[in-house]
Design a protein around this ligand. Structure first.
Ligand code: ADP
Ligand code: ZN
Ligand code: ZN
Length: 740
């Protein structure tokens, strides 16, 4: 009897979603292992697949042979079991889950070269670079050898590229040669990995840790393998420094680490700090890299040259060999949930991966999610608190302005009197301010003051956003664009007015009031280019004074000590969303953006403009005490069976025909009702808040179940057997973060 390989095919039909058995012919036996890409016969054609396990065949006869082995293993059994868990948990095909772990690049194709088959992938760049490492640590170059001294100082934290030294110090070639002669440094040549230099370059300051930071580092060091540490530290409390020390300790043990940040392009400072400290041992993985760049970074990890990976949620799947630590910075951020299949949440997947690899998971935030706070209360994680700013700076004072009163007092401007005078003050002193426009869910739309008409997208049920520079109305879902009509299409009134505040309007208003002040705008328009965020932030950093105006993009991770004032132009927008997390999100956003103020030597001030000053989120921001808010949220969610006291899943049906959407959703609901346990609840089918999107009619079904219920598995079992009508799409979202 021959051995068999269980092969997961890289093909789309749901009926082929489970691994198939193939016989391993003797001439290939030595090269087949878990993780190897292979070529297999499938009907009359051949297909690419991956060996996921080896063992006795399930049937003795009729097994077809593997055709070819296409390369070295790309994953191990632990990763395959994590992929299976993801597929099961989030109701997706196992190959979709496994793809998360595979090297980046388009769907694999096998190509024939002479007699041999191989897998077509982006090619690895052939260029090389030189790395300098300090080997003689107590050597002091002569006092007049400035370059040599600078090189030795720069290398104290670890090796650096010659190019990095040159950028920081100038022409270093002679100095390096001299140090090499004395045996102080060694220079090695290695393959140059594309895009190994992302991030705003920063000088690395090794601070003496505060007591709270020391306790945090110790708690992470002493945490049991597979356990979770929640680092609950106010903005500016030095969480990043704690992460870096914890990473350093893990690297010293010869292990590797993964650091997740919400979105790499929004956090160039954080990446820059890691780069300054860890130099060429760092790989960066994120979505704005080209295929080739991402492939290089992936290979850099797989080869073991990179000891540390930093990136957005997908970096979680990097091919590290010996994982010691996973850090999730700003763990409350919704961007950790993937919005396309597989719709996994990086926090939950990280917990499984940490368990399987015996690594420690650190969740850090100034505003931890209700879920993480509840898990901590239940004893599922160790909590470490950093109650104060690391620099000793005070938390900023928060000043709430009731905008209804402003209006009653005759102030029609978008800036309250308090915000105006604060801006006068800061700009008069040539200081820096940040103005935040809360646009989550709503953008500036146009409304007829006479009849209330709001222009909507013809194919999505959302209002159109007005773009000042183009003078046009744009749909943010499908890109549809049309000219702003001069008269209301419904009642012919000339009073079509813009509502909601756009970054451009704020920019224009500042320029009108403070004509000399530099205004830097950060929004989807100004950051569309590949390095857009970095260059906008660099302009703000380099500007001697001025105002940074932005959307939620600026709420994350910015650490500019010169910022004295943060103004929240419209705190309320997110409060009205049909979402049980609306209060939590509003609070998190306001706290995060307030935290950008007063990080330096001058005290910070925050002005929050709202039409709802008594809202619990606003009250918690003002008092700096979230305990009341958290208790209230937990109580409400317990009553309603919302997370963390229950689990939700959403099945969304979208079709070009309204009746097809309705009938397909009704069928699925009926079938689900027949199979779900008695303590689950099925709601719907109903029309979601966005009833039409990109020309498709939408219906959704919501399932509510106890914590840890196998929602994904139950839904998958039902849907795997079903072929949706032509043009109709079914999307499953387990643990959804929004259901618009
Ligand atoms: P967080 O990530 O919690 O917002 P950061 O790590 O960005 O905080 O630290 C905020 C600022 O404090 C940074 O400029 C950092 O360099 C500085 N900092 C961190 N730790 C210390 C320390 N122990 N002593 C002095 N300054 C520190
Ligand atoms: Zn009208
Ligand atoms: Zn549209």
């Amino acid at each position: 009897m021959t051995a068999a390989a269980q092969v997961l095919l890289d093909v789309s039909p749901r009926s082929l979603a489970r691994p198939l058995d193939y016989a391993v012919p003797s001439h290939l036996a030595g090269r087949v292992a878990v993780g190897t890409p292979v070529l297999v016969p499938l009907g009359s054609r051949i297909a690419v697949g991956y060996v996921v396990s080896l063992g006795p065949p399930s049937v003795d006869e009729g097994l077809r042979d593997l055709v070819e082995v296409l390369g070295e293993p790309l994953f191990d059994g632990v990763r395959w079991s994590s992929a299976q868990w993801i597929a099961d948990e989030y109701a997706c095909r196992p190959i979709e889950a496994l793809r998360l772990f595979l090297p980046p690049g388009s769907t694999p194709k096998a190509v024939k070269e002479g007699d041999a088959w191989r897998l077509k992938r982006p090619t690895v760049s052939a260029a090389t670079e030189r790395i300098v490492e300090l080997v003689l640590h107590d050597f002091q170059p002569p006092a007049n050898a400035h370059r040599q001294r600078a090189v030795v100082a720069a290398l104290q934290n670890g090796p650096l590229r010659v190019a990095e030294l040159r950028a920081a110090i100038g022409d270093v070639d002679a100095a390096i040669r001299a140090l090499q002669r004395h045996g102080v440094v060694v220079v090695t040549e290695r393959r140059r990995w594309r895009s190994a230099s992302a991030g705003l370059v920063r000088e690395d300051r090794l601070h003496e840790l505060t007591e709270a930071q020391q306790a945090a580092v110790a708690a992470i060091r002493d945490a049991a393998p597979g356990s979770v540490v929640l680092l609950d530290g106010v903005t500016g409390s030095g969480k990043t420094e704690v992460y870096m020390r914890a990473v350093d300790a893990v690297l010293r043990e010869g292990k590797q680490a993964i650091v997740l940040v919400p979105e790499i392009s929004l956090t160039p400072q954080t990446v820059g700090r890691f780069r300054a400290r860890f130099g060429p041992r760092l790989a960066v993985l994120h979505s704005r890299l080209s295929d080739g760049e991402r492939y290089d970074q992936w290979q850099m990890v797989a080869s073991g040259e990179a000891r540390l990976v930093i990136g957005a949620r997908s970096a979680l799947f990097a091919p590290v060999q010996d994982l010691g630590l996973i850090v999730i910075d700003e763990e409350h951020e919704p961007s950790y949930k993937q919005s396309s299949e597989p719709r996994y949440h990086a926090r939950d997947v990280a917990r499984r991966i940490a368990e399987r690899h015996g690594a420690v998971l650190v969740l850090g935030s100034a505003t931890p999610s209700i879920e993480s706070l509840h898990a901590a209360e239940a004893g599922e994680s160790t909590v470490v608190v950093l109650p104060e700013r690391a620099t000793g700076a005070a938390m900023p004072a928060v000043n709430v302005v009731d905008m209804t009163r402003e209006f009653a007092d005759g102030n029609r401007s978008m800036f309250s009197r308090a915000l105006q005078s604060a801006l006068d003050d800061v700009l008069g002193r040539r200081g820096k301010a940040v103005l935040f426009i809360n646009r989550r869910g709503f953008a500036s739309f146009v409304l007829c003051r006479e009849c209330g008409f709001v222009p909507h997208c013809p194919s999505c049920s959302v209002s159109l956003t007005y773009h000042e520079d183009r003078g046009s109305l744009v749909c943010h879902h499908c890109g549809h664009s049309e000219a702003l009509p001069s008269l209301c299409p419904r009642c012919r009134s000339p009073y079509l007015r813009r509502f909601g505040t756009g970054t451009q309007r704020v920019e224009a208003e500042i320029s009108a009031r403070w004509p000399d002040a530099p205004v830097i705008r950060m929004d989807a328009d100004t950051t569309a280019r590949k390095d857009g965020h970095e260059s906008v932030l660099r302009r703000f950093e380099e500007s001697p004074y001025g105002v940074l105006v932005g959307t939620q993009m600026i709420a994350k991770g910015l650490d500019y000590p010169e910022v004295e004032l943060v103004g929240v132009v419209d705190a309320d927008t997110g409060m009205h969303l049909p979402d049980f997390r609306a209060t939590e999100r509003t609070y998190q956003l306001l706290m995060q953006v307030s935290g950008r103020a007063g990080r330096g030597s001058r005290p910070g001030m925050v002005v929050v403009q709202t039409y709802w000053p008594d809202h619990p989120a606003i009250r918690a921001v003002v008092s700096g005490d979230r305990s009341e808010l958290v208790a209230r949220e937990l109580e409400q969610r317990r009553e309603l069976g919302y997370p963390p006291f229950g689990r939700l899943a959403r099945v969304l049906v979208a079709s070009p025909s309204r009746t097809t959407a309705e009938s397909a959703a009704a069928d699925i609901a009926a079938d689900l009702t027949a199979v779900i346990p008695a303590d689950w609840l099925l709601l719907g089918p109903t029309e979601p808040a966005i009833a039409r999107l990109k020309g498709l009619f939408r219906r959704h079904i919501v399932l509510k179940a106890p914590p840890r219920a196998p929602l994904g598995r139950v839904i998958w079992t039902l849907l795997a057997e079903r072929t949706p009508p032509d043009g109709t799409r079914i999307a499953v979202d387990v643990d959804p973060l929004e259901m618009l």
